[in-house]
Design a protein around this ligand. Structure first.
Ligand code: G6Q
Length: 554
């Protein structure tokens, strides 16, 4: 059904008028005027605390944004998603990653099929298999315990399990080393294979479709390498002890030579970038054990329940989405930087980059109309603190673009170096304070004048503009007590639902990815040309030139 154009709605127009005022506000003043601002503009749920007080908004802004969410039917769409309606309109699919973390007794059906039962049947198989590998009961073809696990997958079949295994490093099995090969670049495979022993390595081929070119090439290479290096007597039979698959495509798996008993299925209503909760999370269960994997799912479920039931004004994903929407739509911020002040979350920005940009990087509405008069998803990027501070934070403080930042931190560390943790948190909080307050010209002048008279008046005036920070730059801070499987699950779910809410506001389909699909076919033709299997066709001058250079070098 065609929605009224976003910009034509009464609540959007009310926000536009309100923004004319809000653009003049200084956050310093907002804090000075309201001593309760932090209490008022913060909320918590499922072990996560969100401080959004360091944004250029007030209570009225939020009320107007909540009105917009209501007028755009965000709650209705949310309920439709949880109920398994086919809200992925271009692929005619339900969107039910939330069902993957729902408890056994929650009945959810898709096309008349009780999917909770199916989900828990696969979880049971994940439990049995991961227990067997971890305990050493599952052995390689020469009887040795598994020491290395190589996950072969790309995009949604790589970023989630890789990010989570790194984030939960503290909970990892000491005997198992995890490797993730995603790139078709042979250097990626070479780096993994040069570190593992075929007798003690388990390969997981993770691909929803089992047709993705990079994954298939990597899977075939791993298979050949294994057969070449496996003990001569066992050959093909040995494969069963070393290759398992995660997919929705049984036929393709059989063709590849993997026993369907060694296949962990999932379903078309799980989008790739939302699939870490499904059997795509098998590396996580192997790495941290099924118990912690179940805690990870439970943490996400707690956030789901909050998202499903809390009123918009107290609903963490709604708030995060509305604040982000405000910054993007009305304050003109083209990107969002993710700054986890936690080394173990160092792949989290890359994970969110896919989640958000693949979901909301769209230019047509759900009805197919081209969007011309408002912006959709921003660029998402970032790296861990404090590293970013010594690199790109310069632009965030003094560049011409305003980039909102999400700071993420755990209040307690999982190590004993408490002085490090105090320094880490001090940096995190100091940065958000500096972005908000800035450093005004008068403050700079005072500072320079106070430096023992070493600066002349003229020198002070020359330096003032360079040392002035405009401030008034927005940020959110998300805190948890510890980074655990449950808080990590909740954190990911928070961003999944944030992305969902923004997609609903922009009226885009957050669940397809035609841009990725195009990439899947584009390279095939040129690959055949490079391999000499077909004659180069007439491309444009640049592409012809590049192909000719590569052919001359191969
Ligand atoms: C995710 C995307 C994409 C996908 C990969 C891998 O939402 O669809 O990143 O996950 O292209 O696809 P396969 O799992 O089918 O190999």
């Amino acid at each position: 059904m065609r929605q009224p154009l976003l910009t034509s709605t009464a609540s959007y127009q009310a926000l536009q008028t309100h923004a004319l005022d809000a653009k003049q506000w200084q956050m310093r003043d907002l804090f000075a005027q309201d001593p309760q601002r932090f209490e008022r503009l913060s909320a918590d749920a499922a072990g996560l605390f969100l401080d959004y007080s360091k944004n250029r908004l007030d209570g009225r802004t939020l009320a107007l944004l909540a009105n917009l969410a209501r007028e755009r039917g965000v709650e209705r769409l949310r309920d439709a998603m949880f109920a398994g309606e086919k809200i992925n309109l271009t692929e005619h699919r339900a969107v039910l990653h939330t069902a993957l973390r729902a408890p056994k007794d929650k009945q959810i059906t898709v096309d008349g099929q009780d999917i909770t039962h199916d989900v828990h049947a696969v979880l049971e198989r994940i439990r049995t298999f991961s227990d067997a590998v971890r305990s050493g009961q599952w052995r390689g073809h020469t009887g040795r315990e598994i020491t290395d696990i190589v996950n072969i997958g790309i995009g949604g079949s790589d970023l989630g399990p890789k990010m989570v295994c790194l984030a939960l490093r503290q909970f990892a099995h000491p005997r198992l080393t995890m490797h993730f090969v995603s790139n078709v670049d042979g250097h990626d495979m070479d780096a993994a294979l040069s570190r593992v022993n075929p007798e003690t390595t388990l390969f997981i081929i993770a691909s929803k479709t089992f047709t993705t070119a990079e994954t298939m090439m990597n899977a075939n290479t791993a298979r050949s390498w294994f057969l070449k290096h496996a003990s001569a007597q066992s050959g093909e039979q040995a494969l069963a002890k070393h290759f398992v698959a995660v997919s929705t495509n049984v036929e393709a798996i059989k063709k590849f030579g993997i026993d369907p008993d060694n296949m962990f299925p999932f379903w078309d209503w799980v989008g790739g970038r939302y699939s870490v909760w499904s059997a795509i999370g098998l590396p996580v269960a192997l790495c941290v054990g099924y118990g912690y994997f179940a805690d990870f799912l439970a943490g996400a479920h707690a956030l789901d329940e909050h998202f499903r039931t809390a009123p918009i004004e107290q609903n963490l994903p709604m708030i995060l989405a509305l604040v982000g929407f405000w910054n993007r739509e009305f304050l003109g911020c083209p990107s969002v930087s993710i700054a986890p002040y936690h080394q173990d979350l160092n792949r989290f920005p890359a994970y969110l980059q896919q989640l958000d940009m693949e979901s909301n990087g769209k230019r047509v509405t759900r009805a197919g109309d081209i969007i011309t008069d408002y912006e959709t998803g921003p660029v998402i990027w970032g790296d861990v603190g404090t590293n970013g501070q010594h690199a790109y934070f310069q632009l965030l403080h003094q560049g011409t673009d305003v980039t909102p930042i999400d700071f993420i931190a755990a209040l307690r560390p999982a190590h004993e170096f408490l002085n490090h943790h105090a320094a880490l948190l001090a940096n995190c909080f100091a940065q958000s304070e500096a972005f908000m307050k800035g450093k005004m010209a008068d403050e700079v002048r005072l500072d320079l004048a106070g430096q023992g008279g070493e600066n002349s008046a003229a020198e002070i005036e020359r330096l003032v503009p360079h040392k002035t920070f405009p401030g008034n730059r927005p940020s959110n801070t998300i805190l948890m007590e510890y980074l655990t499987p449950a808080t990590l699950g909740a954190l990911i779910a928070l961003y999944e639902h944030k992305t969902f809410v923004q997609g609903a506001l922009w009226d885009v389909n957050s669940f397809d990815q035609w841009g990725v699909e195009l990439g899947k076919v584009l390279a095939k033709k040129i690959e055949a040309e490079l391999n000499g299997a077909s004659h180069p066709e007439q491309h444009d001058g640049s592409t012809n030139g590049l192909i000719a250079r590569a052919k001359a070098a191969i």
